[in-house]
Structure formats: C-alpha cells, structure tokens
Write a protein that binds this ligand. Sequence first.
Ligand SMILES: NC(=O)c1ccc[n+]([C@@H]2O[C@H](COP(=O)([O-])OP(=O)(O)OC[C@H]3O[C@@H](n4cnc5c(N)ncnc54)[C@H](O)[C@@H]3O)[C@@H](O)[C@H]2O)c1
Length: 329
Amino acid sequence: MQVLVTGGAGFIGGHLAESFVHDGHDVTVVDNFDPYYEVAIKRTNVSEARETAAKTDGSYTLVEDDVRNESTVSRLVAEADVVYHQAAQAGVRASVEDPKKPNEVNVEGTLNVLEAARSSDVRRVVLASSSSVYGKNHYLPYDEAHPTTPVSPYGVSKLAAEQYARTYNDVYGLPTVALRYFTVYGPRMRPNMAITNFVTRCADGKPPVIYGDGQQTRDFTYIDDVVDANRTLMTSDAADGEILNIGSTDNISIERLARTICDAFDQPLNLEYDERYRGDAEHTHADIGKARALIGYEPSVTIDQGVRKFIDWYRSNRAWYRSLTKATA
Ligand SMILES: NC(=O)c1ccc[n+]([C@@H]2O[C@H](COP(=O)([O-])OP(=O)(O)OC[C@H]3O[C@@H](n4cnc5c(N)ncnc54)[C@H](O)[C@@H]3O)[C@@H](O)[C@H]2O)c1
C-alpha cells in the first residue's frame, strides 16, 4: 500500500510511519520540520523509520515541505492509497500565544489535503483530531455526541478540521475518519508536556511542578494503542464518515500522574504547584465505546505500564533528550 503521512517527522506521525514501513508499506512523509520544538527529535524520528524500512519490504521517502503548499499536497495525495493527516501546529499553549498559526496550518492545511483527496483515487483520509474539541464538560466520560465547546484556539482549529473531514464525506463521498486523540505519550514525545516535565524533574532529583491544583484529569493514551487504531483503518471502511474517541485504559489526575512518576523514581513526594495555564481543559475522559464497536479499538497499555516504558526509554536516552529539550528546570 502507498501511504502518505503528513507531519510524519513528528511524534505520532513518526511512530505511524515506522509502523507502516515495518508492515511492508511504501511510506511517504511530508513535514516542514517546524522548529516549535527541537528539530533534532524529528530528525531522529525520520532516521528510526528509515532504519526500519531498510530491514523490511517497505520503503520510506521524505519530502520536506509544507501542507500549506497546495501543489505539493496535490501531487503527494494523488500518489497515495491512504492518507494519514497528522501535520499540525500542535499544543494548546502555543495556540494561546499565537492563535492565527493553528488556523493556517490546521484548518487550511487540512483543506488542502481534503481538496486533493476529493479529486484523486485515495481510499481513505484518516485525520488526527483532539480531545481539545470538547473543552467545557457537561458530563464525563465524553462520548462523540457530547457538545463541542473548545476552550483554546487550538481546540477550535481541530474542531474545524475534523468537521471539514466529516463534511467532505457527506458532500463528496470521500472516505474520511477523524480520530480524537486523548493526551498521547511515549518515546520521542513532544517535550514540555506533563509526563516529560515530571520525568525530567524526577530524574534530576527535583520535585515535579504541577500547573494548577493537580485535580485536572486526563486519559493518557500510550502511543502503541494510537498506532493500532490507525493501522486498523488502513483496510477497514467500518468508520468511514465517522469521528472516534481514541483514549486510554484509565483516567487519572495530574497529581496522581506526578505521584506515579515519583514512585517509579523512588522520590519523596514534594510536589510543587504553579499557576494554571490558560486554555487548558479541566477534565478530559474518553468513552471509547464507538471506536470499540466500529473498529475493535481496545487500549491495552495501563498508565503504570506506559509510565514505566517511557521511563525506561528516557533512561536509555537521557543525555540526548535532556540536551535537546528545554524541560522546566
Ligand atoms: N500528542 C498528543 O497528545 C495529541 C493529542 C491530540 C491530538 N494530537 C494531534 O495529533 C497530531 C500529531 O501530534 P504530535 O503530538 O505528533 O505533534 P508533533 O508536533 O510532534 O507532530 C506534528 C508534525 O507536523 C509538522 N508540521 C507542523 N506544521 C506543518 C506544516 N505547515 N507542514 C508540514 N508539516 C508540519 C511538525 O514539524 C511535526 O513534525 C497533530 O495533528 C495533533 O494536533 C496530538
């Protein structure tokens, strides 16, 4: 299968590309290596996928370009059987600093992908959406029918993008699936997220810093579960035209996450607290019943297992990762 992964040098896209070449597919990645976090992490994602491709029947091609470039996107989508659209200006906090960029990249970039797909023979476009589309909670866990009231410019941009995808299915019959990811973590993840900050601090013998009172709750979803959901959609048409929550096995508070990480490092629990960030949602928690029913999605990695896996990876890569990242010191 010829697979296009936009944003394929990023955290999730990098794992998808690596998994697809491992399965023997021909993968093209388009990514502009946006420097909003350390580009060396993205270069490593590329080399890992290339190394895997060298050992399998799969192939890996990198195109360094921008999803806002219509002609590149048209050419690449026309060559693809399946498109995984991951490219985005990710992150709630970045969007609070600069609200226009998520609109340009996440909304206009998505429209370029959908427009190109509409006039090609592509079998499916699978789009990365986000739990940030929910924003204010009316009830928990969120099912896909829960009202969408984003509380950040990022959430608005992801909502617009997924609704364009759904509409392209309705109006043009283009097979699209939008996956609302709930806080994804794992090796080579984006720095300056709660897990990376807590692990970095604990590894340095310092207490984790919690923004807010720590009672905010999250589904932390391990990257392998996210990859599995995407892999299923390579061949399954069961969710065409749908939007699915992709969450985890358990929902925990930020404070409990900090304690779990402290425990893993045998650190005494001296948590520190700082002011909460604007735009952060209070609670996110996924009802995954629809994904389970349509594509058999079953998250398998618990938070304790996932944190231990991440810490193992961090310990093996500490000098490299630490030198690149500006995690809260
Ligand atoms: N990581 C999470 O917890 C999470 C949660 C919900 C949704 N998502 C969504 O999943 C997708 C992947 O997220 P991630 O965590 O891997 O983020 P990431 O920043 O690591 O990956 C995004 C990639 O897109 C690339 N990119 C940015 N702008 C681009 C442009 N204009 N043209 C081409 N490439 C561009 C970046 O260079 C990066 O490599 C995003 O769409 C994000 O909104 C992520």
